[in-house]
Ligand binder design. Structure first.
Ligand SMILES: [Ca+2]
Length: 159
């Protein structure tokens, strides 16, 4: 059903439509970020197997969102985000946490809505993985050439 044009693949707009009817509206940016993380490429096209993986991973993110929205406000504030990230194994400094809330809050109320929460977590997860690939001593420090750095970071900026 999600394969609207019957091509045998799901493109970014088809995925956006499929996921948005399920529970919430997703921005094309979040959808593309999901596709990038599941395919490792910037070709916005997935098959049935990846479609299932994306679908179930979103259910997982939804559960995390609901669990850490402690006050049931429908949004994740700074302390809720800190706990959610910690539970995922990401220990960010107060400075980074503050930057995340200002960047992903589109409401102006220092709180992050569902779609932006997913976008935020996917970005943190993806960037942390890129960093860890280079943190060979596991001491929180990594060496990048300029090129490697750009290759690691750019997909998250322009997904
Ligand atoms: Ca909340």
């Amino acid at each position: 059903m999600a394969d609207h044009d019957g091509s045998g693949f799901i493109d970014d707009k088809e995925l956006q439509r499929a996921l948005s009817t399920y529970s919430h509206a997703f921005s094309l940016r979040t959808v593309r970020l999901l596709m990038y993380l599941f395919t490792g490429s910037n070709i916005y096209r997935i098959g049935p197997k990846e479609f299932n993986l994306v679908f179930y991973s979103l259910q997982n993110w939804r559960a995390i969102f609901l669990k850490f929205d402690r006050d049931n406000s429908g949004k994740i504030d700074s302390s809720e985000l800190r706990e959610a990230l910690l539970s995922l194994g990401f220990s960010v400094s107060p400075f980074v946490l503050d930057m995340l809330v200002s960047k992903y809050d589109r409401t102006g109320r220092r709180a992050i809505e569902y779609d932006n929460f997913i976008e935020c977590c996917l970005t943190i997860k993806g960037l942390t993985e890129k960093f860890k690939e280079r943190d060979t001593m596991f001491n929180g420090s990594a060496t990048f050439t300029y090129d490697m750095f750009m290759f690691s970071v750019l997909p998250f900026l322009i997904a």
